[in-house]
Design a protein around this ligand. Structure first.
Ligand code: PLP
Length: 390
């Protein structure tokens, strides 16, 4: 039976899957079951920031697998402790809780904020229209997109949604019962939407005035993606809580909730937990990812990619009237079209270049920081040919 036939029979069909089946990966390349190579401009939905199977990540996992795979969180684990220390070292004074995914990191952030607010009569959240925070019930309620809510109501109560970038709307939505505002530094799934630094400064000031927490969902923007360790550092606005996942594990499931010192001790024993959260295997992989970024110029590479993406994007925009805007930061880049982008994705696929389209019209790139000039040229040549066919 083919892989696809097995899926049809045995896997719940909750994903729209392309007719591709991959067997191995290396750097920016994926190889299908027949060993045909595809250039991956969207590796792992943002997971493979250091590329597929970076040798240092692979070696760290191999070595740790032979030593200790898992111990639960009623014990201490040196790899988890030192990973938290390294994350905090790149962030701000505070503490970390480890989970297995972005949605789960966000659930932890929502719980922390609710618990912090409980003593203050605060329990509501303000989040952004077009945001994406995950598929679990709390993260789903935080996600400001009705299409994802459909058929899953009633949602967790207490969420209201305001337009991203509209400070006045946020100000109007926050009241004495609001425990937190939650926002992505750059909206990813919602269309690679950016907002100016003074918007985030305004949110910070609003949270301080109204005594509520500012949560940044950095599941997509965190860990060097935008050319800074975390998106908030690029913006210059520090949240009370940030959440991480995707790139942190280099391909293994890890998430993290990072809380500033003043709120970090809210979650006391018995209030929140995860069986797998931050086990030795995933922490070993995350250590390798952080070392790679530190020692192999991860931030500078992401910044250099931004320059290249901007230049290539601007050239395409001059050439093709269908391009409305190009935007992003580091190796997170979006090209907005004035029509659906799926035909462009399909045409790139025919040229064995994998790109993503989000929010119907935005072509999205979330590349490895190690993308070479040749790989960029190849991807943009495919994109140009695909746009020409529109
Ligand atoms: N938050 C953001 C900003 C995301 O982009 C995503 C996934 O795309 C999530 C949360 C959910 O992460 P996960 O799929 O690991 O649960």
């Amino acid at each position: 039976m083919s892989t696809q036939a097995l899926y049809d029979q045995f896997v719940i069909p909750s994903y729209g899957r392309l007719p591709l089946s991959f067997a191995r990966g290396s750097g920016a390349w994926l190889y299908d079951e027949g060993d045909t190579a595809y250039l991956d401009m969207y590796p792992g939905w943002g997971v493979n920031l250091v590329g597929h199977c970076h040798p240092r990540v692979v070696e760290a996992i191999r070595a740790q697998a032979g030593r200790l795979l898992h111990v639960p969180n009623n014990y201490h684990s040196p790899l988890q402790a030192t990973l938290a220390q390294r994350i905090i070292g790149h962030a701000c004074a505070g503490k970390v809780f480890f989970s297995n995914s972005g949605a789960e990191a966000n659930e932890g952030a929502l719980k922390l904020a609710r618990k912090w607010g409980a003593a203050r009569g605060k329990w509501k959240f303000v989040t952004m229209e077009n945001s994406f925070h995950g598929r679990t019930m709390g993260a789903l309620a935080a996600t400001g997109q009705p299409k994802y809510h459909k058929d899953f109501t009633p949602l967790v109560p207490g969420f209201s949604y305001v337009p991203f970038g509209d400070l006045a709307a946020a100000r109007a939505a926050v009241d004495a019962e609001t425990c937190a505002i939650m926002v992505e530094p750059i909206q990813g799934e919602g269309g690679v939407n950016v907002a100016p630094a003074d918007y985030f400064q305004g949110l910070r000031a609003l949270c301080d005035e109204q005594e509520c927490l500012l949560i940044f969902d950095e599941v997509q923007t965190g860990v060097a993606r935008t050319g800074a360790w975390f998106g908030w550092q690029r913006i210059g606005v520090q949240p009370d809580i940030m959440t991480l996942a995707k790139a942190l594990g280099g391909g293994v499931p890890i998430g993290a909730l990072v809380a500033a010192a003043r709120v970090a001790d809210v979650l006391q024993p018995g209030t929140h937990a995860s069986t797998y959260g931050g086990n030795p295997l995933v922490c070993a992989a995350a250590h390798a990812v952080i070392s790679i970024i530190e020692e192999e110029d991860g931030l500078a590479r992401a910044q250099a990619l931004e320059t290249q993406f901007r230049a290539r994007g601007a050239a395409l925009q001059k050439q093709f009237g269908v391009i409305r805007a190009c935007r992003g930061a580091g190796c997170m880049f979006g090209i907005e079209l004035d029509k659906p982008g799926q035909p462009v994705v399909n045409a790139c696929l025919e040229q064995r270049v994998l790109i993503n389209c989000t929010h119907d019209t935005v072509l999205r790139f979330l590349t490895s920081v190690f993308l070479t000039d040749d790989e960029i040229a190849r991807a943009f040549d495919a994109l140009e040919a695909s746009l020409a066919r529109l």
